[in-house]
Design a protein around this ligand. Structure first.
Ligand SMILES: [Cu+2]
Length: 141
């Protein structure tokens, strides 16, 4: 009987589509004096055999978080909000300064270098994963 229950549990775990989507190296840039927004970076790996679509992120320490992409056109840097980012099966995508990033608005209180802050990533299929991001100094956006 015990073995039967265990088998059922394993079956439930492996059917979660996001069980193998992993976020690593989550970092939030420390907030410059006089600002209330910052940027966040991370790497996301999709070890599933189906694509995953990242649609947003949230944290109890920020009022709102958007997915952004920095681009360069005619020597000018600009950034646009993106609705979602698709991570193909087997792919890894890096959110890095100068490319994709999280734009984090309306910090609540103060965050300090070295602090760990919870970040929740949400996906189009309704699932989400939470990671701890470390606050660190990153020179450029
Ligand atoms: Cu931005």
């Amino acid at each position: 009987m015990k073995k039967w229950i265990l088998t059922l549990c394993l079956g439930a775990i492996s059917s979660l589509a996001l069980a193998e989507v992993i976020v690593t190296d989550a970092t939030v840039r420390e907030i410059l004096p006089g600002r209330n927004m910052t940027a966040g970076y991370f790497s996301i790996s999709n070890k599933n055999n189906v694509a995953a679509e990242l649609t947003g992120a949230s944290s109890p320490l920020f009022g709102s978080i958007e997915l952004h992409r920095t681009s360069f056109k005619d020597g000018m840097m600009s950034m646009q909000q993106v609705e979602s980012v698709v991570i193909k099966a087997g792919d890894q995508i890096h959110f890095l300064p100068g490319g994709l990033h999280l734009m984090m608005f309306d910090v609540k209180g103060s965050i300090k270098r070295g602090q760990q802050i919870p970040l929740r990533f949400t996906f189009k299929d309704g699932q989400s994963i939470e990671v701890q991001a470390s606050v660190s100094a990153i020179a450029s956006h």
